[in-house]
Design a protein around this ligand. Structure first.
Ligand code: MLT
Ligand code: MN
Length: 309
């Protein structure tokens, strides 16, 4: 199974278009201590020919340009694409906006929870992906589903499961209390595997490592985990945004409730942070925070990272 990180950044990417904070500034200036990141997405393939994307980021066109395996095959028809499926883990802008780039009557299949499919259905702009061309299939929570595209088996399965998180920002119901109307299926994690028994977990958004989630991940060969923030209040302290990570549905790396502590006792062979925000000091290669994360046995994803299982 081949895994390519197309983008390792959080919503907005790094640098973010309107951000003049110290890290984005370093990226704008070409400082060699930082490397730009597009918005989070991973491509997976069982055979190296047909690919499934985990989320469709707003940067998908740039990601395809950077990834020859996702470009039309020279021996294919006049219009063709190796991208055969898109599996969505939520309906946030950085998870679904790239679907609009995949218009042009190219068949593929979208897999998502009922909640996310309902959001796509309620936004008529997604009808640029004509239903007679782009199938939309429900992923029942907890059930393993083999990915197919218009009857063709892709040799990969996904098993979606509930992850503590939040409804998409633009769907928040401020009158609905602390959860803003969040329901099961708004944020899912994925187990992804193939017929040879290889598997990994993808959790680009996760607010808490619950006991259920820990039990699910125990023994995994590879996990990608929400690496949005280092400290829960870093956006506030940096003057960038008046929100904590918890308010945005993201666990932070540091602190007693953070992912470094929460995941420390999990037996996982390879742990990789993804969806790293432009405020996170680990983006600076010289930072003590990056050293702390690497010393704790984590990797920090970058665009173009490749893993074979
Ligand atoms: C998030 O991960 O919190 C979202 O990407 C926020 C957004 O919609 O940009
Ligand atoms: Mn996001």
């Amino acid at each position: 199974m081949l895994i390519k990180v197309l983008g390792a950044g959080a919503g907005g990417g790094f640098p973010q278009w309107n951000c003049n904070g110290p890290l984005s500034r370093a990226a704008w200036d070409g400082n060699p201590d930082v490397t730009a990141l597009t918005q989070a997405s991973v491509a997976v393939s069982a055979d190296g020919e047909r690919w499934a994307l985990l989320n469709a980021s707003p940067d998908i066109r740039q990601q395809i340009i950077a990834t020859p395996a996702l470009q039309p095959r020279t021996d294919g028809s006049l219009r063709n694409s190796p991208i055969r499926a898109v599996v969505l883990t939520g309906a946030d802008v950085d998870q679904v906006a790239g679907l609009l780039t995949l218009r042009e009557r190219q068949p593929f299949t979208i897999f998502a929870s009922r909640r996310v499919l309902d959001t796509l259905a309620a936004n008529s702009i997604f009808n640029v992906l004509a239903p007679d061309c782009v199938a939309r299939l429900d992923l029942p929570l907890g059930e393993q589903r083999w990915l197919t595209d218009h009857g063709q088996d892709l040799g990969l399965y996904v098993r979606p499961f509930c992850v503590p998180g939040k409804i998409a920002l633009y769907l928040e119901d401020k009158s609905a209390g602390a959860g803003f109307g969040t329901r099961d299926g708004d944020t899912i994690g994925l187990e992804v595997g193939n017929r040879a028994g290889m598997r990994f977990y993808y959790l680009p958004t996760c607010a808490v490592l619950s006991p259920e989630l820990a039990a699910c991940l125990e023994g995994a060969p590879l996990i990608f985990v929400d690496g949005t923030l280092f400290d829960d209040d870093e956006l506030i302290r940096q003057g960038l945004l008046d929100k904590t990570g918890q308010r945005m549905g993201h666990i932070s790396m540091n602190g007693p409730q953070g992912s470094l502590a929460a995941f420390a006792s999990l037996k996982v062979s390879r742990r990789v942070y993804i969806h790293v925000n432009n405020s996170n000091p680990v983006l600076d290669r010289r930072s003590p925070q990056r050293r702390q994360v690497l010393d704790a046995g984590w990797e920090i994803a970058c665009d173009g990272m490749e893993i074979e299982l």
